[in-house]
Design a protein around this ligand. Structure first.
Ligand code: PEP
Ligand code: MG
Length: 557
């Protein structure tokens, strides 16, 4: 039995499929055996096989509802079939170069051209490298990199998953995620919760699990059992089902036992997440991560496409509330069309969030104007917030940009300790706060959320984080939480006790939090909050709060 951090509840059982590692460069000077015609045929067949495979994956991802994924893959297939590329490889093979090396060198020519052709095209280099690696892997007889192919549903094992890696994942194929890196607030964890896929992160030795090994993943307990017996699988499934049915009983808008309303909202990455949000009873959207719409793109999305993606979400919540976040690019969510100004030794402390948008004001203005247009004629209330705001000047800047674009309800995320400490300074121009506890924890504890080994410090139960939440919640404007902390049933009660006014989370967490609140009064939540803040460590805070919230254990939460 291996233990990591459980970040998305549920039980998954299946064979391990790993994401293959890097493809090595074929050695310079590698020669074929003299049969140039055969070598050429091998190279061409590999390129064609890569193109066909990409197209087929595209069709499958479209069939699973991800048409953006298909567009990306079709564009890649076109690159693999580029006649110039095949010609470059043929010329080298004619001179005796081995097929893998010839293909590698032919790609290198294109790579250099793209890399030097300005920022938008430079971003295509990653796509090109991916195609090259696929072709070279085939020619060298190595596993093809990227998300694996499988005829049966599988447990995806990786060192870490970048948001862009997962664009083409078919949720029906992946029964669980297991990663070696990634903390509880990493985007791997968030994605798993959004997809409703059980997940364990920060599992030492995960990538050592051989392909095909059968494993049982318990995303609530954070465990991975190798070669489980049938009885163990059945028992784990029964426990997960029992908990799910206990939770199905809590319905309706979010409120404490004594009727204190706490709107329960969904975190989404695009219209594709609406079904799950509605099915889990979301009262609106508390965080629309708009950058998730464009992670694969090298050019800014056009206005019509953006407007459609916003309008569909607003239309799903008539009379409800939709909080859209302006593009949060940078650090672990690089957007090719919003490049940082140069090398950043610490990207999480660099140009990201609102800092990045201020460098690309045209993109911010276009997004805000498009949002205002999408909201016209809709009954949902559109609120727009800025990510990574540090001080009053930035809050005022964003509020002014919103109003100039016709957005009436601007807000800011509280993710930086400075913003929480001086929350009152930020209130004059804006209407609401939304606490991004993932980043707030990262910055409060100085612990990069992508590093699995720092999970202890990436814990929003850290009393220092709770103190900052209390400060922000007391600043005089409505203050929601949209970080992953909101989806932890016990912590959700504590947050309400600290004065938080709404909670937004990945859709599958909504029933858990709804049930936890429904079983406790506001006074009990306040007692839990006090107990947690009196603790001296995250573990003590969690234990102390849970001790005052006994119904959680009865509900299996
Ligand atoms: C957060 O930081 O808590 C947040 C909600 O934003 P993201 O996870 O997208 O950085
Ligand atoms: Mg954040």
């Amino acid at each position: 039995m291996l233990t990591g951090a459980g970040v998305s509840p549920g039980v998954g059982h299946g064979p391990v499929r790993g994401i293959a590692g890097a493809v090595p460069e074929p050695p310079e000077g590698d020669r074929h055996d003299g049969d140039a015609a055969a070598a050429l045929a091998t190279a061409n067949a590999a390129l064609e096989a890569v193109a066909a495979d990409l197209e087929e994956r595209g069709e499958r991802s479209a069939a699973a509802g991800n048409t953006e994924g298909r567009d990306v893959l079709n564009a890649q297939a076109l690159m693999a079939r580029d006649p110039g590329l095949a010609e470059g490889a043929a010329e080298r093979i004619a001179k005796g170069t081995a097929p893998a090396r010839a293909v590698f060198e032919a790609f290198a020519v294109y790579r250099e051209m793209l890399a030097g052709a300005g920022e938008y095209l430079a971003a295509r280099v990653t796509d090109l490298d991916d195609i090259r690696d696929r072709a070279v892997a085939r020619l060298l007889g190595l596993p093809v990199p990227g998300v694996p192919e499988s005829d049966v549903p599988f447990v995806l094992v990786a060192r870490d998953l970048a948001p862009a890696d997962t664009a083409v994942l078919d949720p029906a194929q992946v029964v669980a995620f297991v990663t070696e890196e990634g903390g509880p607030t990493s985007h791997t964890a968030i994605l798993a919760r959004t997809m409703g896929v059980p997940a364990v992160v920060a599992l030492p030795g995960a990538t050592g699990l051989a392909d095909g090994t059968m494993v049982l993943v318990d995303g609530a307990a954070g465990t991975v059992r190798v070669d489980p017996s049938d009885a163990e699988v059945a028992e784990a499934r029964e426990a997960a089902d029992a908990r799910a049915s206990a939770l199905a009983d809590a319905t309706g808008p979010g409120a404490t036992k004594d009727g204190h309303a706490v709107p329960l909202l969904a975190n989404i990455g695009g219209p594709k997440d609406l079904d799950a949000a509605l099915a889990n009873g979301a009262e609106g959207v508390g965080l629309y991560r708009t950058e998730f719409l464009f992670l694969d793109r090298s050019t800014p999305p056009d206005d019509a496409e953006q407007e459609d993606a916003y309008r569909r979400v607003l239309a799903a919540f008539p009379e409800g509330r939709v909080v859209v976040r302006a593009l949060d690019a940078g650090a672990d969510k690089p957007l090719a069309f919003l490049p940082p100004p140069g090398e950043e030794p610490n990207p999480a402390l660099g140009e990201r969030g609102l800092r990045m948008l201020r460098r690309h004001e045209d993109v911010l203005t276009a997004q805000l104007t498009t949002l205002a247009r999408a909201a016209s004629g809709q009954s949902a209330k559109l609120q727009v917030m800025a990510p990574m705001v540090t001080d009053a000047e930035e809050a005022a800047y964003f509020a002014a940009a919103c109003r100039a674009a016709g957005i009436e309800h601007p807000g800011v995320m509280i993710e930086v300790p400075a913003a929480a400490l001086r929350a009152r300074d930020l209130t004059p121009e804006i209407e609401f706060f939304s606490l991004g506890t993932n980043d707030l924890t990262q910055y409060t504890c100085a612990a990069d959320r992508q590093i699995g080994g720092l999970a202890r410090l990436q814990d929003p139960w850290q009393p220092a984080v709770l103190d900052l939440v209390a400060l922000a919640a007391d600043a005089g404007v409505p203050c929601g939480v949209c970080g992953e902390a909101a989806g932890d049933p016990a912590l959700a009660c504590v947050l309400v006790g600290l004065g938080v006014t709404s909670l937004s989370m990945s859709a599958p967490s909504l029933p858990l939090v709804r049930a936890a609140l429904a079983h406790h009064t506001l006074a009990e939540c306040r007692t839990a909050a006090l107990a947690a803040r009196e603790a001296r460590s995250a573990t003590e805070a969690r234990d102390a709060a849970r001790a005052t919230l006994p119904a959680l254990a009865e509900l299996g939460l």
